[in-house]
Design a protein around this ligand. Structure first.
Ligand code: FRU
Length: 489
């Protein structure tokens, strides 16, 4: 048959659980040459349920080896989101042998009362086996319903641990000498940022720009509703400012989002990346609470975004912003397979998935000349369905339209156009588009803005093409990088 029914939405180069439900990334720590990734996991079904931490490890952020479930619910409750650190100086005293202890700091969620407290677990064998601390919790609940998602960092200047915690509509910052005794230092955010929903999953870290200027970055995820910014449902905002070891001051004068697409939530960064590497690496859950439980995957639900490197950049107006780009390791998975000759008229750009290995999973690198065009569209699809990515230079806006992309009627928000303001300023505009079976991730101007979106074709997509209505030579270059054979199952 010419039209193939699409029944496998499992991506090739995005992390997915082998079976059952996954949400937030948790406990990301780099240790002994391995990137550890834990995640919110429900092993008995494909919708959210009593939360566990499942574990997977990688040396390159793309080939993952699953390690099974490491933290199970107990009498204090479900194991909600949190972080992990390498306790290099054994400050918590958990060390029993010669290995540096890994310590996880997570939220215990009492399922009947909803009470949320912070607890510890530790490993003395590089993350293979974990024990919960016998005196949990280490941070009790002060009588606030939403009190969760601890992210802990070692603060070099004051030689102590700092925890950021999401507390309903703000972030609380705590300090500790030993990960066990926590003292409240300050609060942030009641009057800052966007408040169209509960605050969740914070992160706090220093970052230097190319000139060596250091700023502190706060990430905050937002459990929004259908009408929340920027495009409804779940989203992650960020603040850039100063942190003196006790309180954080934001210098934002606008709301900034880690992703203007709709399927990147609860993302945080890896701890313990060596100074010599210098990278700040991020991963997010590639879904949205508005429809995560009902997307038409079967046997398993949800994947992670591609791991992204965060860079601090000074804009032309002297404001600092973040760029999020795919980690360099992605280049080891792909080969340039098809290059469009410079200045090919856009209406002749049509890439058949048969021409590339693993059609449906590839990367597009392109440069466009904004002055040459008012509006253009990149479509992925087949004869019946398509997902379109458009840019209007006149409106200064990117849009992703997935209303005709396949299965869409399971949720109203899923059908709505996704928008992102962007005014091109340079002579050329670089775009990177990652496509992987059921997702697109668009990186505008080297990650200055990002749009991540899922889609669920009913029939296999067959092509990528540029807007057919234009003779214009606005495409300066375009290369399709397809997956290497070794990446294909
Ligand atoms: C964010 C979140 C967290 C919580 C976890 C529960 O997606 O709601 O705030 O810890 O998911 O699974």
């Amino acid at each position: 048959a010419d039209v193939m029914y699409h029944h496998n939405f499992r991506p090739y180069y995005h992390y997915t659980p082998q079976a059952n439900w996954m949400n937030d990334p948790n406990g990301m720590v780099y240790f002994d040459g391995k990137y550890h990734l834990f995640y919110q996991y429900y092993p008995n079904g494909t919708t959210w349920g009593p939360m566990h931490w499942a574990h997977t490890v990688s040396t390159d952020l793309f080939h993952w080896e699953d390690q099974g479930i490491k933290l199970y619910p107990d009498e204090l409750g479900y194991i909600f989101s949190g972080s992990a650190v390498a306790d290099l100086n054994n400050t918590a005293g958990f060390k029993t042998g010669s290995e540096t202890p890994l310590v996880a700091i997570f939220t215990h969620h009492q399922n009947i009362t909803g009470r949320q407290v912070q607890s510890l677990a530790y490993s003395n064998d590089k993350g293979d086996t974990w024990a919960k601390y016998e005196n949990n919790p280490v941070l009790d609940n002060p009588g606030i319903a939403d009190f969760r998602d601890p992210k802990v960092i070692w603060h070099e200047a004051t030689q102590r641990w700092i925890m950021v915690l999401a507390v309903y509509d703000h972030i609380r910052i705590y300090s500790s000498p030993d990960l066990k005794a926590w003292e409240l230092e300050s609060e942030f955010g009641k009057n800052e940022g966007y408040h169209g929903g509960v605050w969740e999953c914070p992160d706090l870290f220093p970052l230097k720009d190319e000139q060596g200027t250091e700023k502190w970055v706060m990430l905050v995820s937002l459990g929004g509703n259908e009408y929340s910014e920027p495009n409804g449902g779940s989203a992650t905002q960020y603040f850039i400012g100063e942190f003196d070891g006790s309180s954080f001051v934001s210098e934002n004068d606008e709301i900034l989002w880690a992703d203007y697409g709709i399927d990147n939530y609860a993302g945080v960064t890896w701890s313990n990346i060596p100074e010599t590497d210098g990278r700040r690496l991020f991963i997010g859950w590639m879904s949205n609470w508005a429809y995560a439980n009902v997307v038409p995957e079967s046997g398993w639900r949800s994947g992670m975004t591609v791991p992204r490197e965060i860079k601090l950049k000074k804009r032309q107006d002297n404001r600092y912003i973040l760029h999020f780009s795919p980690v360099d390791e992605l280049n080891t998975l792909v080969d340039p397979q098809k290059t469009i000759a410079p200045e090919t008229p856009a209406n002749q750009i049509h890439v058949d998935y048969h021409e590339i290995i693993a059609g449906g999973s590839y990367q597009v690198e392109m440069e466009i000349i904004p002055a040459e065009i008012d509006q253009f569209t990149i479509s992925l699809g087949n004869e019946l369905e398509d997902l379109t990515i458009s840019y209007s230079t006149t409106d200064g806006e990117f849009t992703i339209d997935r209303s005709n992309s396949g299965h869409v009627t399971f949720n109203n928000l899923f059908m709505r156009e996704i928008r992102c303001d962007y005014q091109a300023t340079g002579a050329t505009l670089p775009l990177t588009l990652l496509v992987d079976q059921n997702s697109v991730e668009l990186f505008i101007n080297q990650g200055e803005k990002v749009m991540t979106a899922l889609f669920f074709p009913r029939y296999n997509y067959k092509f990528l093409r540029l807007d057919g209505n234009t003779q214009s030579k606005f495409v300066k270059s375009l290369t399709i990088k397809a997956l290497k054979k070794s990446m294909i199952r």
